[in-house]
Design a protein around this ligand. Structure first.
Ligand code: NAP
Length: 323
């Protein structure tokens, strides 16, 4: 099988395309012919060894993938060869034309989604779902601001927010990202490069403030997010690339909370409950992932550069086989 292999931390040139033998799956595992793999910022942190990420070498990147089941172990009861599926974790890595996965992390891919879209369900939708339903405990009718709505997680959060009956505000830095967010159903967008955007958001809510903020870049925004909150408001930290100063009085005055989130902390039960819910939402047409940039396996390095480039407007994927 063709896989991207990484043998040491480093820049994009450590992403090497190699041929490998398919490992023999154990009884609870499936072999999946991968058509598309999701590319997420965390893949670049693991490759580069930044943000305290470590791994064992050599490895093949990619937790998120979608394709067709090729073979199943004797204890696999939920899937059969030929099924369209997506996976949210892989034993051998999804930057490949074939991957081995435990059946615990494989879900049916609804017919109305392409493989490329299926490869965007794991990290982006899982993170957005946990932020909204678990960490923020969002209630229908609340107002949510997605600070960074144009990327994979942000666009997913718009759809999940709409499905849950929230008013959804968002930010982006480009016209393209803003348009993607409106197409996914954002009620109102702002530009996070404009230093007055917090004021504009406050004005939009007629000084009522925001119930929930999903924050993609806390080191830049958190200090100014807090005065935007209503009483009982919550900021969910999804992304941060450094330190930040806040005024704790902004929290005291509002009985407000700052809550962290790492998708990796979700238990198997939590994951299965949320991805099954995501599958149902997709079947109902409430989820339609935006694939903005598609690269071949050989271009994995370019895909890593793309996912870290400002001006997001959707997800980045690798196409391992034509659909
Ligand atoms: P992405 O597709 O690269 O999108 C990045 C988003 O951040 C874009 O919407 C971008 O907007 C926005 N952004 C850039 N500068 C910003 C600013 N000053 N203020 C607010 N937003 C800004 O990444 P993603 O997959 O959506 O992930 C977003 C972040 O969450 C990343 O840092 C990622 O590592 C992290 N993450 C964390 C978890 C977790 O478990 N906690 C899981 C998944 C992702 P423009 O490009 O339009 O400027």
């Amino acid at each position: 099988m063709k896989v991207i292999q990484v043998s040491q931390h480093g820049d994009i040139d450590v992403l090497q395309l190699v041929e490998k033998n398919l490992p023999t799956p154990s009884p609870e595992e499936l072999v999946i012919k991968i058509y598309a793999a999701g590319v997420n910022p965390v893949d670049t942190y693991i490759r580069a060894g930044t943000n305290n990420y470590t791994t064992t070498f050599p490895y093949t990147p990619g937790k998120d993938g979608a394709g067709i089941v090729e073979a199943v172990g004797e204890s696999v009861s939920w899937f059969k060869p030929g099924d369209r599926v997506f996976c949210t974790q892989s034993i051998t890595g999804c930057y490949a034309d074939t991957a081995v996965c435990s059946q615990d992390h494989v879900y049916p891919l609804p017919d109305n989604l392409s493989f490329a879209q299926g490869a965007c369900l794991g990290i982006p939708y899982g993170t957005a779902w946990l932020a909204l339903h678990q960490r923020a405990a969002a209630i229908a009718g609340e107002t949510m601001l997605i600070h960074g709505a144009s990327g994979g997680v942000g666009l997913a959060a718009i759809e999940l927010g709409n499905a849950h009956g929230l008013t959804v505000l968002g930010t982006a830095s480009t016209e393209l990202g803003t348009q993607s967010a409106y197409q996914q159903g954002a009620d109102q967008m702002f530009n996070h490069n404009d230093q007055n955007h917090w004021q504009a958001i406050k004005g939009y809510t007629q000084n009522q403030g925001i119930d929930i903020i999903l924050e993609m870049l806390a080191n830049i925004n958190l200090g100014q997010d807090l005065p935007l909150l209503t009483k009982g408001g919550r900021v969910i930290i999804i992304g941060s690339r450094g330190e930040v100063t806040i005024n704790p009085r902004d929290l005291m005055a509002r009985n407000a909370d700052i809550r962290g989130l790492a998708l990796a902390n979700a238990s198997l039960e939590e994951r299965q409950a949320m991805y099954n819910n995501i599958v149902e939402l997709a079947k109902d047409g409430k989820i339609n992932p935006v694939v903005k940039h598609a690269f071949t396996l050989e271009e994995a390095g370019k895909a890593h550069q793309q996912v870290m480039t400002k001006g997001a407007a959707g997800n980045v994927v690798l196409i391992a086989r034509p659909e």
